[in-house]
Design a protein around this ligand. Structure first.
Ligand SMILES: Nc1ncnc2c1ncn2[C@@H]1O[C@H](COP(=O)(O)OP(=O)(O)OP(=O)(O)O)[C@@H](O)[C@H]1O
Ligand SMILES: O=C(O)[C@@H](CO)OP(=O)(O)O
Length: 307
């Protein structure tokens, strides 16, 4: 028995599943195309009302996309309509992989989830989770840095370093290397399965991920930063209010976290990876979506008949 027997809502059907029409889901994909959230939500509501007035009970996704597209054109949102369709086409035909790096606390997970929600990408993987898996497969004796945090990894260095070497950055580099093995494994798997994914976290550092991946047309890498130390500090207290991560730990190591932030930004500049200031969530997401759209526009074959 399908949903249509259980609810008076319109049912949206895809090849493999069906679900009740959601104004929220439609509104999010409209914001990805550049509409303000409040306008996106009213348009989603208008489209739902229009379909209900027409007596539509079930609609397949391609037809819904076509209806949304022409509704936007009708309302003079031609540019938004094109972008909306562009994203639907790209995600339908190509797995895309978005890598979002940045020092602890700059907001990689927050921004990754926002982007995923707007683009309808079902999977966000944090490098902290990948690190946890790698910890189960590599012994502490072999790579003690892996068992530390990014900003305490230097404590596990046992061999003497050259004189001018920055011990904090060396510790960080040794900490991220094994995690990147897991990251590359997830990228390979996503490409094989044809699934889009966003990977986020402090372990994604430009110059450390093999060029084989960073030069692929369907993989994009963005680095987030916070130039203001004051804002960065406040993020740890904001997070501590809603999670089990005590701000004291991060404030205690704040100088090293800032060093790591500057290092990641330098690496991004050296490797031509875009760097985005994460001051306001909405502006950061908009900027990231602009960068992502510009990169993936080339994947689109421009076949307008394809909804
Ligand atoms: N643009 C922003 N404006 C205000 N607060 C933000 C913004 N981005 C993130 N935050 C908040 O800052 C805190 C830290 O963000 P988040 O947990 O996403 O950082 P992170 O980079 O993933 O850190 P880590 O790598 O340590 O997990 C959270 O409380 C989050 O809600
Ligand atoms: O290593 C780090 O920088 C952070 C990243 O989230 O993890 P934790 O503080 O939990 O070790």
């Amino acid at each position: 028995m399908g949903f249509e027997y259980l609810t008076n809502q319109i049912i949206v059907k895809d090849k493999n599943y069906e679900m009740p029409f959601s104004k929220g889901i439609l509104a999010r994909s409209l914001t990805a195309a550049g509409l303000k959230p409040s306008i996106a939500y009213s348009i989603a509501r208008e489209i739902e009302e229009m379909l209900k007035e027409e007596g539509v009970k079930v609609i397949n996704k391609d037809e819904l996309r076509r209806r949304v597209y022409y509704y936007l054109i009708d309302k003079n949102y031609c540019h938004i309509a094109e972008k909306y369709l562009l994203w639907r086409r790209i995600l339908k035909k190509h797995p895309i992989i978005i890598l979002i790096g940045g020092a602890s606390g700059v907001g990689t997970s927050t921004i990754a989830f926002e982007i995923a929600s707007r683009l309808g990408i079902p999977s966000v993987i944090g490098t902290d989770s990948i690190r946890e898996v790698m910890r189960r497969s590599i012994s502490k004796d072999l790579v003690p840095m892996l068992y530390e945090s990014s900003y305490t990894a230097w404590k596990a260095i046992r061999t003497p370093l050259p004189e001018n070497c920055n011990i904090y950055i060396t510790g960080f580099e040794r900490h991220i290397e094994p995690v990147l093995i897991g990251v590359e494994g997830i990228i390979d798997r996503s490409l094989t399965e044809g699934l889009s994914v966003i990977i986020e976290g402090t372990h994604l550092v430009p110059g450390f991920i093999s060029e084989k991946y960073t030069t692929m047309p369907n993989i994009i890498f963005i680095v987030l930063t916070l130039s203001s130390e004051e804002f960065h500090k406040k993020r740890f207290s904001a997070r501590a209010r809603v999670s089990n991560r005590p701000m004291e730990r991060y404030l205690k190591h704040f100088k090293i976290i800032r060093m790591i932030n500057n290092y990641i930004v330098d690496q991004a500049k050296k490797n031509n990876i875009p760097v985005v200031e994460n001051v306001s969530i909405s502006q950061t997401v908009e900027k990231c979506l602009e960068i992502i759209t510009e990169k993936f526009i080339n994947l689109d074959d421009g076949n307008d008949d394809d909804f």
